[in-house]
Design a protein around this ligand. Structure first.
Ligand code: ATP
Ligand code: MG
Length: 568
């Protein structure tokens, strides 16, 4: 997988040309004494995803760095696809990422002003009402290699245009029957400049303005002017809008309003991940996932539920920086920053996912004791806790082999291992059921090895986690894996769709896990490292006495390996 971002960049000094531009504008006082003003402009037609996090970190982060301000602006000009639910989730997610907006704005608040500006352009002979059908407009627009053709309505008088536009607004015409277009240049090499549509007729109920309007401005007619109204100095967006820059500037120049400027940066693409609201919506609607916040989704609400943290996402976004070439970033890089963050912060606990009973024959029956365990070896301030130990414990099935293969250092008959923080044990015999499955392993322990310390300098090759059987609690464990099994989920066979790349094993649910009793008090969204297993967090599906844990990530970090390979 090529990785323009990660290969060429040093994580500590990520390149970010936007920062350089802003720093220069501040130095030269391009906007006088005015502060840097940015905005994050989501369309409320879906939940935010990790790609939006990159835009948020740039919009809010850069303004912050230079003492500026950032507005959250809903780009709500498509009433058919937009909903209050999305507005609410977007505000929640921006705050969760750790940012607070200066002003909360809605493009729909500018509908009145935009309408006045449309009238102004009509009066100046710069806009006209076109009766061509959408199909004809597309046809007349021409191609990348050939010029367009003027619409027969292009030379309507100002009076006629004013009359028709006012009547469009008054609801006299059906949807799609007419549009308002800017009168620019049908031969422009940039198709966006060939008399772009400014307004369309749409009798739809808007989530904020209700039925007040039956004409709605197009993105290009709304965005630059909304920036201008809010006196945005640096309007940052993704590269696919580069071709729109001339039209962005044209409206601002024709109207003679605050000269906001647009800058484009590379869109975040991640391996094994789709970042398109339309496709994410399809996954939700067709129930391939449980909802927008399914822990396998790349939405901020999904990865939050999965156990990702705002700190790690911000560190990741800072590390990828911003460039002017689209590339694909390895998902392992994001996971690396997440492990790093959780390693520092997550409380440790012992949980056995696939339990195998171990009976310690020489440990007195009915006895119990408590061993002291550090909550987080990376963070002494996290303190310690008392973990119960007794004659019967659980270990992972994988940690025992009756017939060990070569180099198998965990428990097997005659072999001694360390139980983490507890004792050395040696396997003696196994007990099987009628079908020949091992149901119990009988061991002996060395009382002198308490705390897991070697009594006489004798070495063991393996340290294993365990849970005392009579004290253990149970919980549902949800093991998540990648939602797609292909690095580029958008790459599929003819006649198929991206759905053919769904990973059929992206969720495994375990009901038999046994956990140390201190986890009974775990709270929703709390993070843990289950020792030797992975990072987990408590799912909101949990109820009193019925805990559900999501696996955020297994412990193994593959990013270091990838980085090494890329560097060699
Ligand atoms: P999608 O294609 O997923 O629907 P969008 O671009 O239509 O995304 P918007 O709500 O319009 O979504 O995006 C708000 C802001 O977030 C825009 O400035 C957009 O450029 C930016 N953005 C969206 N996706 C990404 C991404 N993958 N990487 C970086 N920025 C993004
Ligand atoms: Mg969009």
């Amino acid at each position: 997988m090529t990785n323009a971002n990660s290969e060429s960049q040093d994580v500590r000094t990520p390149s970010n040309f936007l920062r350089d531009i802003i720093a220069e504008d501040v130095r030269t006082k391009k906007y006088g004494d005015a502060v840097i003003q940015t905005r994050f402009p989501p369309e409320p037609n879906g939940y935010l995803h990790i790609g939006h996090a990159k835009a948020i970190c740039l919009d809010f982060g850069l303004a912050d760095e230079f003492g500026g301000k950032t507005n959250l602006r809903f780009d709500d000009t498509n009433p058919e696809k937009e909903e209050q639910e999305y507005v609410d989730s977007i505000m929640k997610d921006v705050r969760w990422l750790g940012f607070e907006w200066d002003r909360l704005c809605f493009a729909s608040d500018y509908f009145g002003q935009l309408y006045q500006w449309a009238l102004q352009l009509i009066r100046a002979g710069k806009a006209y009402v076109d009766d061509l059908s959408a199909e004809d407009i597309r046809h007349y627009r021409g191609t990348l290699t050939g010029p367009g053709t003027d619409s027969p309505y292009r030379n309507r008088s100002v009076e006629e245009n004013l009359d028709l536009f006012v009547r469009m607004k008054n609801g006299e015409f059906p949807d799609g029957s007419r549009v308002l277009r800017a009168r620019i240049d049908m031969a422009s090499p940039n198709l966006n400049m060939r008399d772009p549509v400014m307004y369309r007729i749409l009798h739809a109920t808007h989530h904020r303005t209700g039925d007040t309007w039956c004409i709605y401005p197009m993105y290009d007619f709304a965005h630059g002017q909304s920036d201008s109204i809010e006196q945005i100095t640096h309007s940052m967006c993704t590269l696919e809008f580069a071709d729109h820059q001339p039209i962005y500037r044209w409206y601002i120049e024709q109207l003679g309003i605050f000269p906001s400027q647009q800058f484009e940066f590379d869109r975040l693409n991640l391996t094994y991940t789709l970042l398109s609201k339309r496709k994410l919506l399809q996954l939700v609607q067709e129930k391939h996932v449980s909802g927008w916040d399914d822990p396998r989704m790349p939405t901020l609400s999904g990865i939050r539920r999965r156990g990702f943290t705002p700190e790690a996402i911000r560190t990741f976004c800072a590390a990828i920086g911003a460039t002017r070439t689209n590339g694909t970033t390895d998902i392992e890089m994001l996971e690396h920053f997440q492990r790093d963050d959780l390693n520092r912060r997550a409380r440790r606990a012992m949980a056995v996912l696939y339990p195998l009973k171990v009976v310690i024959d020489n440990y007195p029956e009915g006895q119990e004791e408590f061993v002291e365990v550090a909550n987080n070896p990376e963070d002494p301030s996290a303190g310690t806790r008392q973990v119960p130990f007794s004659r019967e414990i659980y270990i992972e099935q994988d940690d025992f082999r009756e017939l060990p293969p070569p180099k198998y250092y965990r428990l097997s008959p005659g072999k001694e291992v360390r139980l983490r923080n507890a004792y050395f044990i040696t396997a003696q015999s196994v007990e099987k059921d009628a079908a020949g499955n091992i149901v119990e392993v009988h061991c002996t322990y060395d009382p002198a090895s308490r705390g897991g310390n070697s009594p006489d300098g004798r070495k063991v090759k393996s340290t294993m986690h365990w849970v005392s059987a009579p004290h253990a609690i149970s919980a549902e464990i949800r093991l998540y894996d990648k939602l797609f099994s292909k690095a580029d989920p958008g790459d599929f066979e003819e006649g198929q769709s991206f759905l053919s790349n769904l990973n059929p094993n992206s969720l495994e649910i375990l009901s038999g896990a046994r956990l140390e009793p201190s986890l009974a008090g775990a709270r929703v969204e709390e993070h843990f490292q289950f020792e030797r297993v992975g990072y987990f967090c408590v799912d909101p599906d949990s109820a009193p006495g019925r805990l559900v844990f999501n696996r955020t990530l297994p412990l193994k970090d593959t990013w270091a390996k990838i980085e090494k390979k890329a560097g060699s």
